[in-house]
Unconditional design. Structure first.
Length: 200
């Protein structure tokens, strides 16, 4: 449950792009996206930073390592073919419901963690941000990966539980009920928006 929000809190939304929201998700994408947009509007109304993160992992070193399950070809030729197909399908494109405005930050990440080699931490520090509200897809991958890094960097974290979802129900449940309580507070979009107006 949310207890407070820092005066300088940023909204960080992970991978709300066509490729992730078109996947088979545990919670309807429409509801998750509607809550994300409510958060965007609330943060903009408060004059607080809005960070939109999307992922393009192709070419990243981790995609070429050995693993039991791989969704991305490891060889260079396969990655080029995959990128062309993903570009054609609009995989990397932020969904049209989210319209970036001047002042918003757009971050492209290559890994699960939006802080890794992106400059996000530096941009937040320039704005004196000490807390972040997180949402997006997938809860157990990009959202949790970003939260773990944010925790290591000392940010106060709040997870908007109804503005995030996953492809796997058990993965979502494990993240929300086991991992996030150890590194963040967790509440609904409406509770976070209410607290946002009371933070001063």
């Amino acid at each position: 449950m949310i207890t407070t929000l820092d005066n300088n809190t940023a909204l960080v939304l992970i991978d709300l792009q066509k490729g992730t929201l078109n996947a088979q998700l545990v919670h309807p994408a429409k509801g998750v996206l509607a809550n994300a947009i409510k958060l965007i509007d609330a943060f903009r109304n408060e004059g607080l930073p809005v960070v939109i993160v999307h992922v393009n992992p192709l070419g990243a070193p981790w995609t070429k390592t050995r693993k039991q399950v791989s969704m991305i070809p490891a060889d260079e030729e396969g990655q080029k073919a995959a990128e062309a197909k993903m570009q054609e399908d609009g995989f990397f494109t932020i969904v049209p419901e989210i319209v970036l405005q001047p002042g918003d930050l757009l971050v492209t990440k290559k890994t699960w963690n939006a802080f890794f080699e992106t400059g996000l931490h530096d941009e937040l520090q320039k704005r004196n941000v000490t807390g972040i509200v997180l949402g997006g897809v997938s809860t157990s991958v990009g959202v949790e990966g970003t939260a773990r890094a944010a925790s290591e960097l000392g940010y106060n974290i709040t997870l908007a539980s109804d503005a995030t979802t996953d492809r796997i129900a058990s993965a979502y449940e494990h993240s929300v009920h086991t991992i996030f309580p150890r590194i963040s507070e967790i509440d609904t979009t409406d509770a976070i928006i209410k607290m946002l107006a009371q933070r001063k």
